[in-house]
Write a protein that binds this ligand. Structure first.
Ligand SMILES: NC(=O)c1ccc[n+]([C@@H]2O[C@H](COP(=O)([O-])OP(=O)(O)OC[C@H]3O[C@@H](n4cnc5c(N)ncnc54)[C@H](O)[C@@H]3O)[C@@H](O)[C@H]2O)c1
Ligand SMILES: [Zn+2]
Length: 360
């Protein structure tokens, strides 16, 4: 599992045909959802000279489950797929995670290629070899580490992705800069998530950062925990929002809130300067939609974080930053400080609303 998959940039058609012919596969099968069937598959199929088959599933996280996996296995069977087939997962993280899982378990495993089509899946989900599905209401609780044959990244797919989904992926890019490369963070801050001109280069840098971290620690024992910056408080907020909001936060939106909270914690615990805390908070609060957290929501959010009562309300698996571009894993944070970090975010929102009354 240590050998990460090669990543090719651009030319998805040429790359797919090359991988297919060199591997002497029996069949070429695309897994798509209803959106990527409409927006992404035609970009490839119009010029593909190889014969191919298509399996289509409905779009959305709620379909990332065992029923849909079973549907994919059944479709593979019906198509007469043998162990020599190649599955191309053309879509966002849902297609990549579930397609990778279905492929890795079908007939003890057929090879698959990730062709990510959302910003989030380009910079995050398609790198690192994690595949899986949600089970019993728990995200990604069934799955395996399994490397694709290759990953093909082409920013041109993003032309049809809406602004909200772009920002969703942009949050993870900002995280990559914050934990590992300050200069890159400032470049992102300057460009914003809008223009997709030049985004290919930015995507490449995020992938590079994740690849380097995963190479040192493929099974998440230490180094890989760096990628969890913003994700401890962020997951609490995401879980709370999923349960309580009609239009819940996307993962990246929750992580954006989490990065402000955890920058506050970094300021208190790991020497992040006041100036750096202000830079991170201001950038994120201006870029992302603000999330109103009522005082009553704080306890339920903290409950999702599951503090260890025996150890006096301390949780030790936070990743914090000591400056923009440098991170520290396994940091201890008390329940009280975690609460203060959410209050800090509430205050950032309040100040933002005073400055921007129209968005309040
Ligand atoms: N394996 C990992 O390491 C890893 C890392 C991060 C996230 N994930 C997983 O990724 C998933 C989230 O991924 P996502 O945000 O890509 O979600 P997604 O796959 O649901 O895609 C988001 C939406 O965009 C649509 N879409 C995809 N490409 C499009 C395009 N080019 N144009 C228009 N619409 C398009 C999809 O149909 C969907 O409606 C989660 O299940 C998460 O657990 C996995
Ligand atoms: Zn994430």
């Amino acid at each position: 599992m240590n050998n990460q998959a090669p990543i090719f940039f651009k030319n998805p058609i040429k790359n797919i045909e090359k991988i297919f012919s060199e591997g002497e596969y029996s069949d070429l099968i695309f897994l798509v959802d209803s959106n990527t069937a409409e927006h992404c598959l035609p970009r490839i199929s119009a010029k593909l000279t190889t014969e191919y088959k298509v399996i289509q599933i409905p779009a959305g996280e709620i379909y990332k489950n065992l029923d849909t996996t079973q549907f994919i296995w059944n479709e593979l069977s019906k198509l007469g797929t043998d162990r020599n087939a190649l599955l191309i997962n053309l879509g966002g993280g849902v297609i990549g995670d579930m397609g990778g899982f279905a492929a890795s378990t079908y007939k003890r495993g057929i090879e698959f290629v990730q062709v990510p089509t959302t910003l989030l899946s380009m910079v995050d989900a398609s790198v690192g070899g994690k595949t899986g599905i949600n089970y019993n209401g728990i995200k990604n609780s069934i799955g395996l580490f399994s490397n694709p044959k290759a990953v093909i990244v082409d920013g041109a797919f993003l032309k049809t992705l809406d602004k909200r989904q772009m920002l969703n992926g942009f949050a993870e890019m900002l995280k990559s800069g914050l934990i590992e490369n300050g200069e890159y963070f400032y470049q992102l801050a300057e460009s914003g998530a809008n223009g997709i001109d030049g985004i290919d280069k930015m995507i490449q840098e995020s992938i590079h950062i994740k690849e380097e971290i995963v190479a040192k620690d493929p099974f998440e024992k230490d180094e890989r925990k760096k990628l969890n910056f913003g994700h401890t408080i962020g997951h609490g907020i995401e879980s709370y929002s999923l349960l309580n909001d009609i239009d819940p936060l996307l993962h990246g939106e929750a992580i954006a809130v989490g990065m402000i909270c955890e920058s506050f914690l970094s300021n208190k615990i790991s020497n992040l300067s006041d100036a750096d805390l202000a830079k991170v908070s201001t950038l994120i609060i201006n870029l992302f939609p603000t999330y109103e957290i009522s005082d009553l929501a704080i306890d339920p959010i903290l409950e999702f974080l599951q503090y260890d009562k025996k150890r006096e309300g301390v949780k030790s698996n936070y990743t914090l930053i000591s400056q923009i571009g440098q991170s520290m894993i396994n940091q201890h944070v008390s329940l009280e400080l975690a609460r203060e970090s959410i209050e800090y975010y509430q205050n950032c929102v309040k100040l933002h609303n005073i400055d921007h009354p129209q968005s309040a």
